[in-house]
Design a protein around this ligand. Structure first.
Ligand code: COA
Length: 168
């Protein structure tokens, strides 16, 4: 999938774990565990995607990334199913459609496997809530944690969107 002239979205490669961690560091996000991230890239039951600048490679070429996560059990209001498991875009490349493209790619992947997609978000994260609005995500529940995710400030929202139309 292309996001326009500057970036393309594609599955992550195992060799890009360090570059993904660099995106998180640049965005001042807490760093995922490298081994667990590598395992997610290798796992056919999850999707890790990256947005890379056209015609570039190596350190600093990734503009953003995102992943899905599959929960195989319910946790209160949060059911088993495919979740959008986080998306980050380098601060200097935001508001250019990269977050949208990373999310569309993950939702296309989920829609091929399930009629519903889920995500959890900090209630104060306006950018994320606004980003996901176009796919019709609706609030299902609020809590201090869903599965293993807790929220700075204490309140998270569980969101659900339903596949519409034919399979992508
Ligand atoms: C959320 C995030 C991934 C969005 O990435 P992005 O590349 O800027 O997103 P897009 O350019 O595709 O934005 C699509 C729409 O989302 C909404 N949006 C994005 N950032 C926003 C902001 N800061 N405030 C309000 N709305 C915002 C807008 O509706 C935007 O459309 P517009 O630019 O035409 O107004 C990015 O801000 C980020 O990395 N944040 C830190 C990590 C994070 O919070 N991830 C989500 C965890 S659930």
């Amino acid at each position: 999938m292309s996001t326009g002239p500057t970036a393309e979205v594609r599955p992550a490669k195992r060799s890009e774990v360090a570059d993904i961690l660099d995106v998180e560091a640049q965005a001042a996000r807490s760093l995922p565990d490298a081994a667990r991230l590598a395992a997610a890239i290798d796992d056919d039951g999850r999707l890790v995607v990256v947005a890379s600048a056209h015609g570039t490679s190596g350190a600093g070429s990734l503009l953003g990334w995102g992943k899905t996560h599959f929960w195989d059990h319910d946790d209160g209001a949060a059911p088993e199913g495919h979740y959008l498991g986080g998306v980050t875009v380098r601060p200097e490349h935001r508001r250019g459609g990269i977050g949208t493209a990373l999310t569309q790619a993950r939702l296309d992947w989920i829609w091929q496997r399930a009629p519903e997609a889920w995500y959890v978000v900090n209630a104060s994260n306006v950018a994320s809530i606004e980003l996901h609005r176009r796919w019709g995500f609706v609030e299902v529940a609020r809590a201090s944690s869903f599965h293993t995710t807790t929220f700075d400030g204490g309140v998270g929202i569980l969101m659900r969107a339903r596949r519409s139309g034919p399979l992508p």
